[in-house]
Design a binder for this molecule. Structure first.
Ligand code: FAD
Length: 494
């Protein structure tokens, strides 16, 4: 017999609830624990998973395989082309391994939830117990509801409830130990499984050699890296997080999103660690930094709760149905300029180039470029949402969809539609000296002073033109008016 853990977006051995439970079950039954991971090119296609994220996952699997190997636990990895075939193939493997139990941590996207619900039944019909475990959030969806018994759709009251819930259920932050070592004969009996290699990226998600080199030095894989990054952040930067987190040039955020997204770090561990650095009893700047960071990590929980409660957000629908009828522009030249960072708005262009170069973008800039696409260009926000998924190393459906809904004012707890970010003011406020812009927009490197925020209007047009920096593709004032009108029309208010 055997007990099996199916790794998905939880690629770590420490503080992994499903894996821990599987390991305990195996120990109780005196059978080995087998771990598996399925790679599905069709799933990647359906979720627009970026090649850089696929590469990160594959490299993380190498780390995971090695760590598990030290515990005599095999990690079996198989590529399955057609996603429909996955449940059947897993059942076949479970039978082949004579497994009595299958454990997996829950994912809240509709396709995954439905698939797992069906699998629980088909396993049961075959005498196998499948347990789907709530692990990814600190407070799981379903745990919090407002006074009237409804799911919160506004973050602030939700966060108050979240905080109170964590305070009164401190076990929610307890650590789940890494799995036990397998029995001594496991290695000999399961040699074939130990011998399977981690596959290369599927054809639809390959990186070029140049990209491999670039991304691999930026995003070292695995849970040890995540732990190291977390402790460095918690000891060196978290205390100034509140004051600097909105400044893209400051590198003041944790850069842990890739690890949360792939599950190389658990949210529990992140929050436990942050709290443990809070040594002060009085409210000081350092403590406020910690509080603010915890409230940001909680946004991740919030958007997963939203996804679990309103699954139609997974189906290309805006959270607010009344926003369905906005008439979007499908101007492909504008969309291409946005994607490539050639809009003529330096802060927007810097941010898009950071995304294209790193597979990552600073949070403030994500809000600026998302708002710019949806409101200044009036391009369907779902095109931007998709472009983000196709390029982000930390692409996560719930957070990305939530962020786009916020920025386009179509989502849960959104910006009111009539609040339209002015890219120039954002730029002057959050990248005052233009350090971030000069880093990413090479054509503007030589532009000095405040002209960096709008070179053509501030006497640096000649230089910008010589260097090949484009003029604005739309004007702020006109775009703003067009946007207000179109949103009003869409809402039937005009
Ligand atoms: P830190 O500031 O150090 O925050 C710590 C962690 O808290 C993050 O790693 C993340 O897990 C969580 N977090 C912080 N802010 C948010 C937020 N607004 N929403 C949800 N979780 C948050 N985040 C993703 O992980 N994946 C995405 O695909 C994604 N897409 C986004 C799209 C848009 C349009 C916007 C506005 C935001 C998006 N975010 C997304 C949220 C946020 O921008 C990133 O989590 C953050 O920039 C990651 O950097 P960091 O790890 O240094 O964050």
């Amino acid at each position: 017999g055997a007990v099996v853990h199916w790794f998905k977006c939880d690629l770590r051995t420490q503080d992994n609830k499903g894996l821990h439970m599987a390991s305990e079950r195996a120990r109780e039954k005196g059978v080995p624990l087998i771990c598996m991971h399925i790679i599905s090119p069709q799933d990647f296609e359906a979720h627009f998973t970026s090649p850089v994220r696929v590469d990160f996952v594959l490299r993380t699997l190498e780390v995971l395989k090695e760590d598990l190997g030290k515990l005599d636990i095999p990690l079996y990895v198989e590529t399955i082309e057609k996603r429909k075939v996955i449940p059947g193939r897993i059942l076949e493997l479970l039978k082949e391994w004579n497994a009595s139990h299958l454990y997996a941590n829950a994912e809240y996207e509709v396709d995954e939830l439905r698939r797992e619900a069906k699998m629980v039944h088909s396993c049961l019909e075959n005498g196998i117990a499948m347990e789907v475990v709530a692990d990814t959030c600190v407070v799981s969806p379903g745990e919090l509801s407002s006074g009237t018994g409804k799911q919160y759709s506004v973050y602030s009251p939700w966060f108050r409830a979240w905080t109170a819930h964590v305070h009164s259920n401190t076990y929610l932050l307890d650590l789940f130990d890494a799995p036990n070592k397998n029995p001594p004969n496991a290695r000999a009996n399961l040699t074939k499984l130990f011998d399977t290699a981690i596959p290369a990226a599927p054809a639809n998600k390959k990186l070029t050699d140049e990209e491999k080199k670039r991304f691999r030095s930026m995003w070292p894989p695995g849970e040890h890296e995540a732990q190291a990054r977390l402790s460095k952040f918690a000891t060196q930067a978290i205390s100034s997080y509140r004051d600097k987190r909105n400044l893209p040039a400051a590198c003041a955020t944790s850069s842990l999103s890739v690890h949360f997204a792939s599950g190389t770090l658990s949210a529990r561990t992140a929050i436990r660690t942050a709290r443990s650095h809070n040594t002060s009893k009085s409210l000081n700047a350092g403590q406020e930094g910690i509080q603010t960071w915890i409230s940001e990590v909680a946004w991740r929980d919030f958007y997963k709760h939203v996804l679990a409660h309103w699954p139609y957000v997974c189906m290309n629908k805006p959270f607010k149905p009344e926003y369905t009828n906005i008439e979007w522009e499908y101007n492909s030249a504008h969309f291409a300029a946005w994607c490539e960072g050639r809009t003529g708005y330096p802060i927007v262009d810097a941010a898009m180039r950071q995304l294209n170069h790193c597979g990552y973008m600073h949070n403030r800039c994500r809000m600026i470029v998302a708002s710019f696409l949806a409101k200044h260009l009036l391009i369907d926000w779902r095109m931007g949402e998709r472009y983000f998924m196709e390029h982000l190393v930390d692409g996560d459906f719930a957070s990305n969809n939530g962020g786009w809904g916020f920025s386009a004012s179509t989502g849960v707890d959104p910006q009111p539609y009539f609040r339209i970010f002015n890219p120039l003011l954002q730029s002057e406020k959050f990248d005052k000296e233009g350090v971030y812009i000069r880093k990413w927009v090479k054509e503007l490197e030589g532009v000095e002073g405040s002209a960096i925020h709008e070179p053509y209007a501030r006497g640096m047009g000649k230089k910008a033109r010589e260097q090949g920096y484009p003029e604005r593709i739309v004007e702020h004032k006109e775009s703003r008016e067009r946007c207000l009108l179109r949103y009003k029309q869409g809402l039937g208010r005009e």
